[in-house]
Design a protein around this ligand. Structure first.
Ligand code: PMP
Length: 428
């Protein structure tokens, strides 16, 4: 369908003045003007179900966050070279959600900055350089983080000192013990690095492997790999930018589902429900090698307005029971989505933890050949039915279903109905 004139105008203006690196979603781009909870509205007043945004994790424009930001913005916003309570009160609260070993926090504005610092900390602490990441990982935009972000594609070189390991994909890897299988890959990557004269510094992982196609289970499968890293003198960095803040339901942090204690944890996206705030939490002894010698000042990181937003997020997750909600509504949604497998042979696998679900499309269920073309066509069909999401995974054939935690059981009908109709319309 042809673009309406207003959409065409905005698209042309973007092309004219913005760097070409920016990519739009959808053949007919969506022009949003308002959000509330799990819903979004476009410029024509059309309502959408947001199945993708974990930044507005409590829900779009959550009143507790809006009020906290407004209130603090009216009083003062400044940086961390003056005394202020908000950063300390928030840190006490944040640390109380984490294992006791993780006892120091630092703040920045984006997940990229948090991971960039985490890599520097891992290097300082281990004395090594080489970082291991998963095959399709995304960890950020800086030089250090994009060097371990193969999801950026072949135009982005991987750091020569880094190594990539295949993600533990229970649907595609045929191994009796996925944890042992993954640990073997990490062990081999360390050996290869060292054979090339690079000393090992650490492993960075997103415990639900969001960009590798949403790989939640089986819970516990990361334990052995973490032991391998520690025995080799490396640092384990858990990138919680996607699985953190109650998202996966059964635990507050994604890594906790696997019964591991990382040395460094990085936080982002949902931390401020839309306000740019990110963080790094680490064991004091791991952080010391870096922070005892190198100053770190982040102009906006940890400012009172960001901390007020972050505090409102933590408080609201508790007050509204959102972690438990994520577990129960997520389980219900997962069941209903799996129901589509009865009528659609192209739905190969549906997996998830809490409100973080991967919906994998294949040519046929027996062969399991990934169907990227179908996934992309499905996105457009869903958009036409008001459901917004996107794809992940090395084959680009996994729908990533990761709505604001305001998502309700009543929304499942819209989601499942739209998927059913869209697949049928595509003859799939
Ligand atoms: N880590 C992960 C797992 C992410 O998904 C992202 C963002 N997509 C980042 C880090 C980078 O965060 P930011 O865009 O805030 O820099």
């Amino acid at each position: 369908a042809a673009l309406d004139p207003a959409t065409r105008d905005l698209t042309a203006r973007r092309d004219e003045v913005l760097g070409a690196s920016y990519r739009l979603f959808y053949r007919r781009p969506v022009h949003l003007v308002r959000g509330e909870g799990q819903y979004l509205w476009d410029v024509d007043g059309r309502k959408y179900l947001d199945m993708y945004n974990n930044v507005a994790s409590l829900g779009h424009c959550h009143p507790a966050v809006v009020a906290a930001v407004h209130d603090q913005m009216q009083r003062l916003n400044t940086h961390t070279r003056y005394l202020h309570e908000t950063i300390l009160d928030y840190t006490d609260d944040l640390l109380s959600t984490l294992p006791v070993e993780l006892d120091k926090a630092m703040y920045m504005c984006t997940g990229s900055e948090a991971n960039d610092l985490a890599i520097r900390v891992a290097r300082a602490s281990s004395g090594g350089e080489g970082i291991i990441a998963s095959r399709e990982a995304y960890h950020g935009t800086s030089d250090l983080t994009s060097g371990v972000s193969p999801a950026l594609g072949s135009g982005q070189p991987i750091a020569p000192s880094a190594r990539l390991v295949d993600a533990p994909d229970a649907y595609r890897v045929d191994a009796p013990d996925l944890g042992a299988w993954f640990a073997d890959r990490v062990r081999a990557a360390i050996a290869d690095m060292e054979a090339h004269g690079t000393r090992f510094a650490g492993l960075i992982l997103d415990s639900i492997f969001s960009s590798d196609g949403v790989l939640p289970g089986p819970a516990g499968y990361l334990r052995e790999a973490v032991d391998v890293v520690h025995r080799a003198g490396g640092v384990v960095i858990a990138d919680e930018v996607q699985p953190g803040f109650g998202r996966t339901g059964e635990a507050f942090w994604g890594f906790q589902r696997h019964g591991i204690v990382p040395d460094v944890v990085t936080l982002g996206k949902p931390m401020g429900n839309g306000i740019p705030v990110s963080g790094l939490v680490a064991r004091a002894d791991v952080l010391a090698a870096f922070s005892d010698t190198v100053p770190y000042f982040n102009t906006f990181g940890g400012n009172p307005v960001s901390m007020a937003a972050a505090q409102a997020v933590l408080t609201t997750i508790r007050d509204e029971g959102l972690q438990q909600h994520s577990a129960s509504v997520g389980a219900f949604a997962l069941d209903e989505l799996r129901g589509l497998m009865a009528t659609h042979e192209t739905v190969g696998d549906v997996r998830g933890a809490g409100l973080f679900i991967g919906f994998e499309l294949v040519r046929s269920r027996d062969g399991r050949e990934p169907d990227r073309a179908l996934a992309l066509a499905l996105l457009e069909q869903l958009r036409d039915r008001g459901v917004l999401t996107s794809v992940a995974g090395p084959h680009g054939n996994v729908l990533k279903l990761r709505p604001p935690l305001a998502f309700q059981a009543a929304d499942v009908d819209w989601l499942v109905g739209a998927l059913d109709e869209s697949l049928t319309a595509l003859g799939a």
